[in-house]
Design a protein around this ligand. Structure first.
Ligand SMILES: Nc1ncnc2c1ncn2[C@@H]1O[C@H](COP(=O)(O)OP(=O)(O)OP(=O)(O)O)[C@@H](O)[C@H]1O
Length: 350
């Protein structure tokens, strides 16, 4: 497809004994935000550094805008010639330059005569149009990160790389800035590869979302799909599902510590594991067709009560609309159509 901006094919990178990136394949289109989520050490930053040109591939190829930028067997294009912008956790602003000069400097350096106008447009896009004369030390962390974003988009890159850009900011600012990033990147039609530890940030921003583990891209899907049908127990767990709960599948029926339920996912007969998301369970008054739960601890959560509830062989965090006390017994109706089931052997395989 001709609007593919980034194509990563069989990309691998090893550091000594560590396989940091293992045969990763992905394609990223113009205007698309692709988020990579994964635990520490799963290879997210290594993949980003390969795309940026800060590291060389051991195997595979990278194309940006249809042009080969790295092939393990040939010469590689340096970062500054790859037509990309980067936004990192530390804002990396020049302390002695004003906001306008910070955003405009890369444009001046490449001989862009109209750099002021381009820098002002970018500052307007991130909502900082009125602060162009300030210096970085006169800005909050959130404002500094907006300047870094403006600097990255002002150069009109084809591809933007984000490495945990919001992790130094407090929760409220993170929410605000992720909206600025989503709006700005989509409006500018730039392709973005965005790595984060933060699930809600990844789900919010991503057109497609990938989960990495041990250098491998386990699943790459639309966020809704990844949430509703994680391909493995690891992806289910890493995207916040509770489990594993040990269950048994027999004659197409699920049996969980005495609870019998229909089995919605195609899973082989025998021992299996169940994962549940909290909104798929709801307390009801009658005990029929319900799962027993016992409140271990609870607290007020603004729009309801948050409770850690013990279930047969495991526990789950639930949001409830009334106060519950420790020790209280609940009858929980489960939305079995949504329940996630995997053959038991799947757990170790990730
Ligand atoms: N320059 C390096 N030299 C040796 N090992 C490295 C180097 N860079 C990364 N690694 C190793 O490669 C693996 C992947 O690291 P990477 O930084 O890509 O993970 P990550 O998913 O980005 O983690 P984090 O979320 O903590 O940033 C880790 O085991 C790490 O220790």
């Amino acid at each position: 497809m001709n609007d593919v901006v980034l194509e990563v094919a069989d990309a691998s990178k090893r550091y000594g004994e560590t396989q940091a990136v293992a045969s990763v394949n992905l394609a990223l289109r113009a205007g698309e935000i692709l988020c990579l989520l994964g635990p520490s050490g799963s290879g997210k930053t290594s993949l980003l550094r390969l795309v940026a040109g800060l590291e060389r591939l051991d195997a595979g190829t990278l194309h940006i805008g249809g042009r080969e930028v790295d092939d393990a067997r040939r010469a590689c294009l340096p970062p500054e010639q790859r037509g990309l912008g980067m936004v990192f956790q530390d804002y990396a602003l020049w302390p002695h330059l004003s906001v306008l000069d910070n955003v405009g400097l890369p444009l001046r350096e490449r001989g862009d005569g109209d750099w002021r106008a381009a820098a002002r447009t970018a500052l307007d896009q991130v909502g900082l149009g009125t602060l162009e004369r300030r210096f970085p030390y006169e800005l909050s962390g959130g404002q500094q990160q907006r300047v870094a974003l403006a600097r990255a988009i002002a150069a009109r890159p084809r591809l933007l790389l984000f490495d945990e850009p919001l992790s130094n900011l407090d929760a409220k600012l993170r929410d605000e800035l992720r909206e600025v990033i989503a709006h700005t990147v989509r409006e500018a039609g730039i392709a973005a590869l965005y790595i984060t530890h933060d699930q809600s940030e990844a789900f919010f921003l991503a057109d497609r979302l990938g989960v990495m583990r041990h250098g491998t891209l386990l699943q790459l899907d639309r966020p809704e799909r990844l949430y509703e049908r994680p391909a493995s127990p690891f992806v289910a767990h890493f995207t916040g599902a509770a489990g594993p709960f040990a269950v048994e599948i027999m004659d197409g029926v699920l049996s969980w510590a005495g609870v019998i339920a229909p089995c919605a996912m195609p899973v082989p007969e025998g021992a299996a594991v169940l994962y549940l998301r909290s909104q798929w369970l709801r307390p009801v008054s009658a005990a029929d067709d319900t799962v027993p739960g016992t409140v271990r601890v609870s607290g007020y959560a603004g729009d309801g009560w948050s409770a850690l509830v013990d279930l047969p062989n495991g526990s789950i965090h639930l949001r409830l609309d009334r106060r519950v006390e420790a020790g209280e017994r609940l009858h929980l109706r489960v939305d079995w159509d949504k329940a996630l089931l995997y053959a038991e052997g799947h757990v170790a395989a990730g």
